[in-house]
Design a protein around this ligand. Structure first.
Ligand code: AHR
Length: 545
């Protein structure tokens, strides 16, 4: 009998294009390496203004928005995080790369989703537990279609216990996506028992036998990944998904009623999906998942032009449009219960090769900062977000056999996860804008040159202004007026920037784009600060004594 799902996957346009044309013929690079910097700088924008009322709290930001994601694809886990056969770098626990752990610790990532992505819908957790030497070697049941660079074989040595070791090393919380595609509710329930059951249970005892007697107490569990898409193992319609979700929820909650469940959600590309899923299964759903990759292309080469600079930055506004749509779709159905959004895959991706090659530039860092600015604006509805992905695959951290570096997306993430405070206060921004035409899945967008987030700590004695200057060439002098907070004149400044808008890091220039510490001594309830061209700046103000 013909297996239609496998057959349609074989015919998938992106896979065919990559396997037959791009990879063999070397067509389409990820980026053009030589910066095209002779672009006109354009007219000087008018001065900007930020007006802040520090006493008015708009939202509490959930720290779980500073999350990331790791998948068994390319060299994200095997050959990135877990590099057991590499003798050139220090390893701990039999395979975790110390240099990568240090990078992840410095990022202050709060939660890490695993094992996929698409891969989660073909992964059987039992193949990844017990003595490593007896675990079986497998082809990558989802990604092998793309060939060995994207879907290499793996030996299952990074399983549930290694994932938890990794999380403990970096201080992040788990988020497991179970196998909905080729798995069963029983298997998912057994996985919950393996992670959370005490030693009197069958799978809890097995975990103890494997050297981990204490339950891991994994709280957040995703049921399936992008099931609405033809590419996903287990693809089905919304109604079928919702009823099957309920079977999984029942089986998993029978083992541990305290777990929180993330259901597959979609946006206006699949306009009926959320409504149908929520009507049938809403009462059992704790988070509704949402994924967005901009500009949604699979074989583009980006130049370092001003055009692509604004094209990519506009992507953060496209994400906001989609999140707004998801918010409405939830509110329309769930009258009696608020279901938050888990924005559990987001990034800029324009070329399949970014699964194993390529670098992100300062432009992409400004895009990522604009995503965090947007997530702060939506802090009342987006309670969890995991950037895709952490290492080597559309990454923030890149490894070679001997070395590691981080890119501007990492730095933007780090600036927000490190310096932004918990409570978003009321503020408004006045500035000039840039009109960006439609590009890929990004609709025409009016981009404000100045992005901004203003947060305050619980004690209300530290106010943090993060300003994003999205102009490719001009500085933005800005008047900042603050009410209900009297700042000390000395502020700490942390500025993410590089020599030009398309600067990027690599193994031989790890700090071309970096965060620099500066001092500023003219803060008051009304002061002027000039945000340098193409930068992200955290201004940390302390209340006068
Ligand atoms: O490239 C990462 C993949 O993109 C994830 O596995 C999937 O969820 C998404 O389509």
């Amino acid at each position: 009998m013909v297996n239609w799902q496998k057959f349609t996957k074989f015919l998938d346009f992106g896979i065919l294009m990559y396997r037959l044309l791009m990879e063999p013929l070397g067509l389409f690079k990820v980026n053009k390496e030589i910066p095209d910097l002779k672009e006109p700088t354009g007219p000087i924008p008018s001065p900007s203004k930020i007006t802040i009322n520090a006493a008015k709290i708009e939202a509490e930001i959930d720290p779980l928005i500073y999350g990331s994601f790791i998948e068994v694809v390319g060299r994200c886990i095997y050959g990135g995080i877990w590099d057991e056969y590499n003798q050139n770098v220090p390893l701990i626990h039999g395979g975790l790369r110390e240099d990568v752990l240090q990078e992840v610790r410095n990022l202050k990532v709060t939660i890490i989703r695993w094992p996929g992505g698409c891969f989660s819908d073909v992964y059987h957790f039992k193949n990844g537990i017990g003595p490593r030497e007896s675990r079986k070697k497998e082809k990558n049941d989802h990604w092998h279609w793309y060939g060995p660079k994207i879907g290499p074989e793996h030996d299952n040595h990074f399983g549930s216990d290694e994932y938890m070791l990794f999380l403990r090393e970096v201080g992040a919380q788990p988020f497991i996506n179970i196998n909905f595609g080729t798995g069963t509710p029983e298997e998912a329930a057994q996985w919950v028992e393996y992670m959370n059951g005490d030693t009197s249970t069958e799978y809890g005892a097995l975990r103890a036998q494997n050297g981990h007697p204490e339950p891991y107490n994994v709280k957040i569990w995703g049921i399936g990944n992008e099931i609405y898409g033809h590419w996903e193992p287990g693809h089905m319609n919304a109604e079928q998904y919702a009823y099957r979700f309920l079977e999984f929820a029942k089986a998993m909650r029978a083992v541990d009623p305290s777990i929180k469940l993330v259901a597959v959600g979609a946006d206006f590309d699949y306009p009926e999906w959320n409504k149908t899923v929520l009507k049938i299964a809403g009462d059992e759903i704790d988070y509704l998942s949402h994924h967005v990759y901009i500009p949604g292309k699979v074989a583009a080469t980006l130049s370092n032009s001003m055009k692509h600079f604004y094209n990519i930055i506009a992507g953060a506004f496209e994400m906001e449009r989609r999140i707004q749509w998801v918010e409405t779709s939830i509110a329309d159905v769930m009258k009696h219960k608020q279901i938050p959004i888990s924005f559990d895959e987001w990034n800029a991706m324009w070329n399949i090769r970014q699964h194993y090659e390529g670098y992100y530039t300062l432009r992409d860092g400004l895009f990522a900062a604009s995503v965090f600015e947007m997530l702060h604006r939506h802090a009342n509805t987006v309670k969890l977000a995991t950037q895709a992905q952490l290492v080597n695959v559309i990454p923030m951290i890149v490894t070679s056999d001997t070395d590691v570096y981080h890119n501007p997306i990492y730095l933007a993430f780090q600036l927000f996860s490190t310096y932004a405070e918990r409570f978003l206060v009321s503020y408004s921004v006045t500035c000039d804008t840039h009109l960006n035409p439609k590009y890929g899945n990004i609709t025409e967008t009016e981009i404000p040159y100045l992005g901004c987030s203003v947060t305050i700590n619980e004690a209300k004695d530290k106010l943090v202004i993060i300003g994003i200057n999205r102009h490719h060439a001009h500085d933005l002098p800005t008047t900042i007026s603050i009410s209900n907070f009297d700042p000390d004149s000395t502020a700490q400044i942390f500025e993410l920037n590089g020599p030009h808008h398309s600067a990027y890091n690599f193994f031989d220039k790890k700090d071309e784009v970096r965060i620099q510490k500066k001092e500023f001594t003219e803060a008051s309830t009304q002061f002027t600060y000039t945000f340098p061209a193409h930068s992200v700046t955290a201004i940390i103000l302390h209340k006068t004594k």
